[in-house]
Design a protein around this ligand. Structure first.
Ligand SMILES: [Zn+2]
Length: 304
């Protein structure tokens, strides 16, 4: 008898639990169910997001789990949103019922997303997550939720390479800051006379990655002891600098500089109040992602 009661209790608990879980899921329309539950496919070029270029995060329509970042979206001209990388751990790959393709589902709720294809050569990652728009809901990178950080650590291609790899980083842009003329071009900044530093603007989700984490990544991916240069790149525009947005960021940066000095590291990093950031020309954005390869001047070294 006791055994039966135990089983009944376990069953009741499981039912309550799954009902609790269902409550967290969005109620799906008939069209959404056709794709997300019954693994259908929306018609190409009809979805909301195949041509969508805003900055932010694509979440699971059913359970709201973040799945893809706008930085990883590319134009494949196939009629569905295409991404060459998922947010780490967010998407599960399973063999499709057709015995050929690989299906992708939300790793949290199991909702159908689409298929993943390898080896098509669209981007250096050689991977295309072909996702139904209807399986996704987009959340724009708003600064009231997401926050901004700006760092300069030499050639901005290498700085961006490292920050793009971090979970919790929503988007990045390379550009120029800290100078005294408006709208500088790469060529102007290269003279070293505009006062600008090659820099990166990072939009991040503070619930996933802290400013302290970002500052540590900044210091661990360049030589902060080098004055007015980074590796072979010499000049004021390649200086090491943190451009803080507020007094909290300033304190966190100062604390990390103190830690580095206490460990015997030299620190030439400037601490400046952020003023204005000018995006660099498109050819410099996501440079290593477009060209492949790894930075010549930014190597990860554990320091903290
Ligand atoms: Zn989900």
């Amino acid at each position: 008898m006791r055994f039966v009661i135990t089983i009944l209790l376990i069953l009741a608990f499981n039912i309550a639990n799954s009902q609790e879980k269902m409550k967290e899921y969005r109620k799906l329309t008939k069209e959404e169910r056709t794709v997300i539950i019954d693994k259908g496919t929306e018609r190409p070029f009809t979805g909301k997001y195949y041509n969508h270029k805003d900055k932010g995060v694509y979440k699971c329509k059913q359970c709201d789990a973040p799945l893809y970042r706008s930085n990883d979206k590319f134009d494949s001209h196939c009629g569905w949103p295409s991404f060459d990388q998922e947010i780490k751990g967010a998407v599960k790959r399973i063999p499709d019922r057709d015995g050929k393709r690989t299906e992708i589902v939300c790793n949290n709720c199991g909702g159908h997303l689409g298929h993943v294809f390898i080896g098509e050569g669209f981007t250096p990652k050689n991977t295309r997550h072909c996702v139904n728009s209807i399986s996704l809901v987009f959340e724009e990178a708003k600064e009231h939720k997401f926050q901004k950080a700006v760092f300069a650590s030499g050639c901005f291609w290498g700085t961006q390479y490292w920050f793009d790899k971090q979970d919790g980083v929503i988007s990045t842009k390379v550009g120029y800051t800290g100078g005294h003329i408006k709208n500088p071009s790469y060529r102007m900044v290269c003279t070293g006379r505009t006062g600008h530093a090659e820099a990166i603007e990072v939009i991040y989700d503070p619930e996933k990655i802290s400013y302290d984490d970002l500052v540590k990544i900044f210091f661990e991916t360049h030589d902060q002891s080098q004055v007015n240069g980074q590796g072979p790149d010499i000049g004021h525009q390649y200086r090491s600098a943190i451009f803080y947005m507020n007094s909290d960021q300033k304190k966190i940066a100062e604390r990390n500089i103190r830690i580095l000095k206490s460990k015997g590291y030299g620190v030439a990093t400037e601490l400046n109040k952020f003023d204005i950031f000018y995006n660099a020309e498109e050819i410099h954005q996501s440079y290593y992602e477009k060209k492949g390869g790894t930075p010549y001047c930014h190597i990860y070294t554990k320091k903290f």
